[in-house]
Design a protein around this ligand. Structure first.
Ligand code: 13P
Ligand code: ZN
Length: 210
């Protein structure tokens, strides 16, 4: 896809997420790698429902603002992931209801916040490590992600929300939807005896694609 197509895709998919309740107000941010190696990102404070293709921000791999509106304050954590994960070409960060609720629970397993109980969670995400709470926009989030990026497809910021990667923007959005649905199911099942997938079942799903 060329830059114009990627801009339009970001506008269209962001609006679709907004209309289906994955994003509200000015929360969350998106980015995608451009053919020239720079990155397209959502402007800070922008609503997913009202992005304008020509106003999207462009930053380089050092975070320098190249064009468009002022970029998201979380651009540093997006760049930390791209740097460490060569398979990641797009990132979705949401404050979606169920994943954010999960991120606020006490006693979360920080090595993996959602133990596998459905195959698509394993095929699209696998494991969900938790990053300790830091104020939004602070460099510590990027530093923590830098240690984990490349080993996982998604991350949960404690008391904040999820970060989901993809091989392209459509893949990142599909992964985000699958993960939000999985969090919803996890919360529905929280007080019910659950049969988790066995280690053998999980291994059998890995590397089989989607
Ligand atoms: O989700 C957000 C902060 O974590 C939103 O910040 P931006 O509006 O700067 O992208
Ligand atoms: Zn956020």
């Amino acid at each position: 896809m060329n830059e114009a197509q990627l801009r339009q895709q970001m506008v269209d998919l962001a609006r679709s997420m907004f209309e289906r309740g994955y994003a509200t107000g000015g929360a969350g941010n998106l980015s995608v790698k451009l053919p020239n190696g720079q990155f397209l990102a959502t402007p800070t404070g922008s609503s997913f429902g009202r992005l304008v293709a020509d106003e999207l921000s462009v930053v380089d791999n050092t975070g320098a603002h190249i064009s468009g509106k002022r970029p998201s304050k979380e651009v540093a954590f997006h760049l930390a992931i791209y740097e460490k994960d060569p398979e990641c070409n797009a990132i979705v960060h949401l404050h979606s209801t169920y994943l954010t609720a999960l991120s606020c629970l006490e006693g979360l397993d920080y090595s993996n916040a959602i133990k596998a109980f459905t195959p698509y969670y394993v095929m699209r995400i696998g494991e969900l490590p938790v990053i300790p709470y830091y104020r939004p926009g602070t460099p510590e989030i990027a530093q923590e992600l830098s240690k984990l990026a490349g080993k996982y497809r998604a991350f949960l910021l404690a008391n904040h929300g999820p970060i989901i990667t993809g091989t392209d923007f459509l893949d990142a959005v599909d992964n985000a939807e699958e993960l939000e649905e999985t969090a919803k199911l996890a919360l529905l099942l929280a007080d019910k005896p659950t049969r988790y997938l066995t280690d053998v079942e999980v291994e059998d799903l890995k590397g089989r694609g989607k």
